[in-house]
Design a protein around this ligand. Structure first.
Ligand code: SAH
Length: 238
């Protein structure tokens, strides 16, 4: 069973974009994942094939029309489609590795890419769209956000990553940022690879990696640490 994504967009030519390359590209070739991009404009009904209109209440920009967007959603995701419907949106819940894993375990997703000022609120409500953000900044459209989400999902699909072990230690998978990496040469511009990593002592290596991951997370992303860890840190800081 493959992961099936249907992306609703005004720019279908942006897909599969970078996902046609490398790891994801091979997953798409094998059919482990399918990305289908559908043009919202195909569901416009007026002479000018218009998809947007001015915001009610006034103000700058344009808003995606609810009738056109709803028609496109209904066409690609009729009642009974088990796939969640996502709307890429800066107002959404921040995307997490946990949500990525959940999506990857499911049948796929219908992903709506906003443009202009966004989409009419009534479509979000009647079509049960889950708003997802990829960070606290504003893009000009949802397409790069959809590509980011799909990249994260496809790389964790079964069989996509060459080395099955790779991935389990990574940033966020353990609740921490990942430890630093090193590879040959042993001496790079006078800096040596930490001794423990070439010791062959696997227990010591694991302990070093754990400690480094914890320290890095404390310094850079204390918000990721469980409450107990954080208050422990506050005490040592005083
Ligand atoms: N006026 C809106 C921003 C619209 S940006 C606001 O202030 O909230 C246009 C489109 O880009 C959005 O509809 C959304 O689909 C996409 N987009 C912008 N920033 C995003 C982000 N951080 N995460 C996910 N999608 C985003």
């Amino acid at each position: 069973m493959s992961f099936r994504a249907t992306v609703l967009t005004l720019y279908p030519e942006m897909f599969p974009g970078h996902l046609g390359q490398s790891l994801a590209g091979r997953a798409l070739e094998r059919g482990d994942a399918v990305i289908e991009a559908v043009n919202i404009r195909d569901y416009a009904t007026d002479r000018h094939r218009s998809v947007d209109d001015t915001p009610a209440g006034g103000g700058a920009g344009m808003v995606l029309r609810p009738d056109v967007l709803a028609a496109s959603i209904d066409a690609v995701s009729p009642a009974g489609d088990p796939r969640p419907r996502l709307l890429m949106s800066p107002r959404g819940a921040p995307l997490t590795q946990a949500r990525v894993r959940e999506l990857a375990a499911g049948p796929g997703a219908v992903i709506v890419c906003g443009r202009f000022e966004g989409v009419d609120q009534r479509v979000i409500e009647t079509r049960d769209l889950e708003e997802i953000s990829i960070g606290d900044y504003v893009l000009s459209g949802g397409e790069p956000a959809a590509l980011v989400l799909l990249d994260a999902v496809i790389r964790v699909l079964p069989g996509v990553m060459g080395n099955a072990q790779s991935g389990t230690h990574e940033s966020f998978e353990t609740g921490l940022l990942e430890h630093p990496h090193y590879t040959r040469p042993q001496d790079f511009e006078g800096r040596e690879i930490p001794q423990v990593l070439i010791s062959g002592n696997h227990k010591a290596i694991e302990a070093w990696r754990q400690a480094e991951a914890l320290e890095l997370t404390r310094r850079r992303r204390p918000d990721l640490l469980p409450l107990a860890e954080r208050s422990g840190k506050d005490q040592t800081a005083k």
